[in-house]
Write a protein that binds this ligand. Structure first.
Ligand code: ADP
Length: 272
């Protein structure tokens, strides 16, 4: 009980400090609206497990649950699970804060797009938590392009994660990969909720999420697409979005074949 109580206090303090730090960072960036959304989002994510652990500790300390070994076990398990959830969350956001400070540095190598994309799709088929139907159109025998494997993989994974997150129960994702002369073109297209025209540029800003008035309960921090844009930018590439609410979205990446070397720059996504 004591141990549990003090870990709850410690976690509350850590997360409190952390929220304060984040709000300071965000205030400096003068992103007041975006900041509020982000803080609301975080607050919700933190409050639920904190409230659960608090209730479990109260039950043990004040409501006699300690006299019942089975209840004790249950409340301890609930507490442990929720403390883990909090600790994962804090870890995740601390990592984001660290990543934020670091300039993204590419470590380019020659890679065949078809090999990279096939690998990404087979990993996704294993981990998706709802049935996803992939339609894949990959140009075979392509020439390699010079890109950073780690960051390019993450960027494509973010697009696929979003395609799954922002779709209903029946998800079809169409992935097209091919060369257009000296440029690698990759498209991730979904049949999801779509993005209103007026938000199609803002979604690439840090912490921006399309306001939905709680129409859909999808969680996120609004950082995925800003990372994708940063990665594509570093490769001297371009990212385009074509989307219609209620129909779906398509994200198209264009990366020049020697993009990872900073050569052959082509038009970048306009920075607002
Ligand atoms: P997150 O998903 O964590 O909110 P992102 O930066 O990846 O952050 O995306 C920003 C916002 O863009 C999302 O909150 C969502 O509103 C919108 N969005 C991104 N991808 C899609 C998609 N495939 N379909 C519909 N909306 C999307």
């Amino acid at each position: 009980g004591w141990l549990l109580g003090s870990s709850v206090v410690l976690l509350a303090l850590t997360t409190g400090c952390f929220l304060f730090m984040l709000s300071t960072i965000l205030r400096q960036k003068k992103l007041s609206d975006v900041k509020n959304d982000f803080i609301n989002n975080m607050t919700h994510e933190l409050k639920t497990p904190l409230a659960t652990v608090t209730a479990a500790v109260d039950a043990l300390q004040h409501f006699g649950a300690l006299n019942d070994p089975q209840k004790t076990q249950t409340y301890l398990t609930v507490s442990r699970t929720n403390l883990q959830r909090l600790s994962d969350l804090v870890e995740k956001v601390l990592n984001l804060a660290v990543e934020e400070k670091k300039e993204l540095v590419l470590n380019p190598e020659w890679i065949r797009p078809s090999e990279l994309v096939n690998q990404i799709i087979s990993n996704h088929q294993v981990k998706a938590d709802k049935p996803v139907h992939f339609e894949v159109d990959i140009q075979p025998g392509e020439e390699p392009v010079r890109i950073d494997r780690f960051h390019t993989t993450n960027a494509i994974n973010n697009l696929i994660d979003n395609a799954i997150k922002y779709s209903g129960e029946s998800v079809t994702i169409r992935i097209t990969s091919g060369r257009q002369e000296r440029v690698w073109r990759l498209s991730v297209k979904d049949n999801g909720i779509g993005i209103p025209r007026s938000y199609q540029e803002a979604i690439f800003d840090r912490f921006f999420r399309v306001p939905t008035g709680n129409l859909h309960p999808v969680k996120g921090f609004g950082l995925g697409l800003s990372y994708v844009r940063q990665v594509i930018d570093k490769h001297g590439g371009q990212i385009d979005v074509i989307s219609e609410p209620g129909v779906g979205s398509e994200f198209i990446l264009l990366i020049p074949e020697t993009g990872g070397d900073g050569h052959a720059r082509i038009r970048k996504f306009p920075i607002p």
